[in-house]
Design a protein around this ligand. Structure first.
Ligand SMILES: [Zn+2]
Ligand SMILES: [Zn+2]
Ligand SMILES: [Zn+2]
Ligand SMILES: [Zn+2]
Ligand SMILES: [Zn+2]
Length: 157
């Protein structure tokens, strides 16, 4: 049985020509759900089965059945600001992060005001510096102790 090129249905060859003539005039194949639909009902069909909805992020018209998928991959999907965590759409976020990242915040360790963008790097350096300083202090403390004890010994003598 040959397939009708229009509706893709198997059509008995006896009525194929008749069908095809009729079919191509009155029937369309929905490209989205592969159903053959009377031409005059195509609009209703689209309305009923292929409702479009606007993506809330990029405001593109998306087939309603595909919207959930689109939303997960949409380029304009909002994401949180790297610095303050405020969630906004990508376009405003780029500006915002620029601005937000150049604010300063006091470092928890040294108390200096550091540009937020540089904070992670600063923390790293700051911790290393603090450790180094602590180490030095302990060393000099040890030395002082040693000096003290030797001085005492000398005094006793
Ligand atoms: Zn057909
Ligand atoms: Zn359809
Ligand atoms: Zn989108
Ligand atoms: Zn921010
Ligand atoms: Zn610091």
């Amino acid at each position: 049985m040959p397939d009708c090129p229009n509706c893709k249905k198997d059509i008995p060859s006896e009525i194929f020509e008749l069908h095809e003539a009729h079919c191509s005039r009155f029937i369309v194949l929905c490209t989205q759900c592969k159903q053959s639909i009377p031409k005059i009902k195509k609009k209703d069909h689209d309305k009923e089965f292929h409702k479009k909805a606007k993506c809330p992020y990029c405001s593109e018209s998306i087939d309603i059945t595909e919207l959930p998928l689109h939303k997960t991959i949409c380029n304009a999907k909002p994401r949180p600001c790297l610095y303050c965590g405020a969630i906004m759409d990508l376009q405003s976020l780029l500006d915002h992060e620029d601005h937000c990242g150049s604010r300063t915040e006091a470092c928890d360790i040294c108390g200096k005001n550091i540009v937020i963008k540089d904070l992670p790097e600063h923390f790293q350096n700051c911790i290393e510096m603090m450790e180094e300083q602590e180490h030095k202090e302990q060393e000099s403390l040890k030395k002082k102790k040693n000096n003290h004890t030797t001085a005492k010994k000398r005094g006793k003598k």
